[in-house]
Write a protein that binds this ligand. Structure first.
Ligand SMILES: [Zn+2]
Ligand SMILES: [Zn+2]
Length: 345
């Protein structure tokens, strides 16, 4: 069977005709199979949703109980038949509950990896290489200039700054779903055991992580805390809040931002970020290319991000490759559009 007869890009997203479903649809569809909870992948209003329990819970937290007509949870490693295809979920290492979706029909296997990273993350299951015929990869950081380095080193930079400026508050911009919790876990792993303060928009999802057994130490709401008491502390906030009047409640804040984009100095400057931290929940150039290699796939479909360089790299390697030109994935996690909850106080 030709791969394009199994999965095909259409306006609503990636359509699997023989299975009767769409993967991460950007418009309401009858049956959606969803890779992870970021708002550009997991949208409300579908008839039926198949996803991991964590992704379903995150959708419920964000959109309320009626976010879909019906839901079905699937575990990593579990296989389900949908129409004429079989689907199996594998960890994507991106955020809690994130999955790659393997779609098999007869003797052809296509893996839609959603967003993924191959770097270690204490807050989610590690990325798994899934051998396949066609690998669908993201390309958020699909340029050789993007090399994220070790996130633990970036956290050391933050802690060094906290030690250097005990009279100032440290305000760290981090996306609410995934990045914030990973940063907290990395701070704890680095031995930081003081309470960490949270912007109101992060409380619900962070407490959800804790309820799933991710230990994050003592967390406090920053709301209502006296300005002077925030000297020497670390507060996590959605990126948009760090350039807001909201920051006036902090004593002489050092503004940091945790994102893969912080590799680009101009971006940090443009956002007024004093302390850029290169921490990403997406694979960097080396991660993308190593993963493509490891899957053994002969054909690569490249989507949302910087497709061209990665497509070119594949072709030089003798792999069939093409951009998918899917529209509507703004990347809540590290893109330009702030998440809906960012605007919350
Ligand atoms: Zn994502
Ligand atoms: Zn994405």
């Amino acid at each position: 069977m030709r791969p394009q007869d199994i999965l095909m890009p259409v306006a609503a997203g990636l359509c699997c005709k023989p299975g009767g479903f769409h993967i991460d649809p950007v418009r309401p569809v009858e049956r959606a199979v969803i890779t992870h909870g970021h708002s550009d992948h997991a949208r409300p209003g579908h008839g039926a949703v198949l996803a991991t329990q964590e992704t379903l819970d995150m959708m419920r937290l964000r959109y309320g109980d009626n976010f879909a007509g019906s839901t079905q949870a699937i575990a990593y490693g579990e296989e389900i038949r949908l129409g004429d295809v079989k689907v199996k979920f594998h960890p994507a290492g991106h955020v809690l509950g994130s999955a790659q979706i393997a779609v098999s029909c007869k003797d052809t296997c296509i893996v839609a990896s959603g967003d993924y990273k191959d770097a270690p993350d204490p807050t989610c299951a590690p990325f798994e290489v899934v051998p396949c015929d066609v690998f669908i990869t993201e390309a958020t950081f699909g340029l050789p200039v993007f090399r994220h380095g070790d996130a633990a080193d970036e956290v050391k930079k933050l802690l060094a700054s906290v030690a250097l400026f005990p009279e100032r508050a440290h305000l760290v911009g981090a996306y609410s779903l995934g990045k914030a919790q990973r940063l907290i876990a990395l701070l704890r792993a680095a031995g930081y055991d003081a309470p960490i303060y949270l912007h109101g928009a992060m409380e619900k999802i962070t407490h959800y992580y804790q309820s799933r057994g991710i230990s994050l130490g003592e967390l406090r709401a920053v709301k209502g805390v006296k300005k002077a008491d925030l000297a020497g502390t670390i507060t996590l906030a959605p990126p948009s809040a760090t350039s807001d009047v909201w920051t006036r409640r902090f004593p002489d804040p050092v503004t940091a931002f945790a994102s893969g984009w912080m590799r680009v100095r101009a971006r940090a400057r443009q956002r007024g970020v004093e302390l850029p931290l290169v921490i990403s929940d997406h694979a960097d150039w080396d991660g993308l290319t190593a993963t493509i290699d490891a899957t053994g796939a002969g054909e690569i479909w490249v989507t949302h991000g910087q497709e061209d360089a990665l497509v070119h790299w594949c072709k030089v390697k003798g792999l069939a490759a093409r951009p998918l030109d899917l529209v509507g994935y703004g990347d809540e996690d590290e893109g330009e559009t702030p998440a809906a909850e960012d605007s919350e106080a």
